[in-house]
Design a protein around this ligand. Structure first.
Ligand SMILES: [Zn+2]
Length: 246
């Protein structure tokens, strides 16, 4: 049967391949999509990590997660991206179905080099919002069209979004995604991430608990664990097992 290109290629997002991916959190299916960036014309690879059967379902637990190589690969403590990613994977596996949509838009969409430039400015005392503005960059350049296309690919009717960021909900809803509800992913700050998380709370309207500067916290071991994430095994021993599994 002939299918018009615009049907199988909505917004230039194309499903390419899938394979089972055993992870520390359980067996996910990694679905790779190609997306043509309309500005540069370059192709980026994005991944939908799917757990269980989400096709055609409503209220699917979904984390829309943007790449953060400094945290997720290099182990940087300046933000909580890796811990949020791990908590979402654990939560979804615990619920038995859902997806983490991993979008390749580093540094809230400004790219790795600009992220390093912003870190330099932050080391001089500017917060993450002012650093971006000094560089002539938007506070948040992320786009969610690929996430919308992925959800459409699987026929997901509505999502329970695992996020602290109301702007992400607005961004997805503006694209036609039905967000049935939001559930937070709270990670306690460490001494390196405290200022960043506080800026996100105060200046970017993220729904985060306030952690006073004199509150005792330390790295991963001080991570606040939402009850569900703790149930799903995001405990200290689990994080250590993750590290040892590489
Ligand atoms: Zn990060």
């Amino acid at each position: 049967m002939h299918v018009p290109p615009r049907v199988i290629r909505p917004h230039d997002t194309v499903w390419m391949a899938a394979a089972d991916l055993p992870t520390a959190h359980g067996a996910f299916e990694a679905n790779v999509f190609h997306h043509v960036d309309p500005a540069s014309g370059s192709v980026k690879e994005h991944v939908a990590l799917v757990f269980g059967d989400i096709r055609g379902r409503a209220k699917v637990p979904v984390r829309v997660h943007s790449e953060c190589i400094t945290s997720e690969v290099f182990g940087s403590l300046k933000c909580d991206c890796k811990q949020q990613f791990d908590a979402a994977m654990a939560e979804i596996a615990q619920r038995g179905f859902g997806a983490v949509l991993y979008l390749r838009q580093e540094g809230r969409g400004i790219g790795l080099a600009n992220k390093m430039r912003a870190y330099e400015l932050q080391a001089m005392g500017h917060d993450t919002v002012d650093a971006n503005r000094l560089l002539g960059l938007p506070d948040d350049a992320r786009e969610y069209g690929v996430a919308r296309d992925m959800l459409a690919h699987f026929g997901v009717a509505s999502v329970v979004l695992l996020t602290n960021n109301p702007e992400k909900i607005r961004g997805l809803e503006a694209l036609g995604v039905v967000v049935a509800s939001r559930e937070p992913v709270h990670i306690a700050p460490n001494k390196f991430s405290r200022g960043y998380l506080e800026t996100k709370r105060l200046r970017m309207a993220h729904q985060l608990p306030h952690h006073p500067a004199n509150e005792a916290t330390a790295g991963l071991e001080g991570a606040e664990r939402p009850a569900r994430a703790a149930r799903a095994g995001l405990a200290r021993g689990h994080v250590k097992r993750l590290a040892g599994a590489e």
